[in-house]
Design a protein around this ligand. Sequence first.
Ligand code: GH3
Ligand code: MG
Ligand code: MG
Length: 383
Amino acid sequence: MLPWVAPDGVLLLAAALVLQLDALRGGLPAFARFYPYAVFVVGALLAWRFQRNRLLLALLVLALATAALGSPGRGASGQVIIRATALLPDRGTLTPIGLLRLGAIVVQVTLVVMFSRTAPAATAALLAHPILPAKLLAWVPLRQPALFAFALALGAVLTPLIFESNPTGRGFVWAIVAAFLALTAYRPGPGSAIYLGTAGLVLVVSVIEASYLLAYQDGLTQLPTRRALTEAMQRLGGQYTIAMADVDHFKRFNDEYGHDVGDHVLKMVAAKLAHVEGGGRAYRYGGEEFAILFPGKSVEDSLPHLETVREAVADTAFTIRGRIRVARKREKSKGSKRRQAAITISIGVAERNSRHGLPDQVIRAADQALYRAKEDGRNRIRT
Ligand code: GH3
Ligand code: MG
Ligand code: MG
């Protein structure tokens, strides 16, 4: 739940608070003139460096909306449609699709400008035209077409998050909420500019967060990476225990069932390790090797919990379904539709002591213990 609220929701709350504080009122118009554009420029530079085309387009749209809402005398409804539709998800840099999206934004802006010049009254009426009975949504301070555009955009960015939540997606959700607030707060005044600037800030922060995750969270297993382990160990002062776990005969398993099945097994092993108790935390060290760090714990403290995890892995039956060709052939001859494979892990454990004082030394000691566990027949723990 927390990733949904922090930091994006907090930023938005801060913007709302700033707008409510009477003490700040005097300085707000001046702040609102430069804040959104400062965010957009910094964000655009970042988007260009990180090759985040989606962010670049979203910032462009936000800048257009800020400019449009900043020039008095024009209706807000037209800009709503531009905003909401252009926040729809997209990917890729200067790919044909990327250019298409850029084109779509330009066409929308052109149309809105053209219509608002030539037939302002008719356009305004069209954009305010109720789709559902007007009374039903009268309490919302936005016209219905704009409201539906927002609902559509929100649906489009929320749907993929049901399956897999990620900071960029969450950022887009909050940015749409911020843009919505910007338009409902629309009166000639700093409110909308500050909300639109915050929408940009939320997007920028979410891109930074995504980059952080890229370095510190493993994409396959969702466990923290070796880099995260190294930094966690450097922060630890006194005692700690580290366990190195390695999947037994994994190469054979990969050769037999294929890399995809192998990846699947790694995910399941990681899930078991992630549930280790006794204050331990699992990391993906690399390949089919994992590390479990027990801050403040001795080897004795940690062993029972490691034993539980080792057994949990060994007791799990990994079922290989018929979609694997190699497996299917065998199954036919056996007359069964499924095959079960036994997966086990070996673990080596070491703690920080006077002999092994540095993180590297403790890891090496655990690695040597792991080697002994393999030598002694695998599916066991050695210290
Ligand atoms: P041992 O019991 O001695 O550990 O035998 P092993 O076969 O597990 O040891 P080895 O280190 O020789 O093999 C590790 C294999 O793990 C090599 C590689 O094919 C596989 N592997 C490493 N990373 C990945 C990965 O991300 N996905 C998959 N599917 N396989 C991986
Ligand atoms: Mg290995
Ligand atoms: Mg192995």
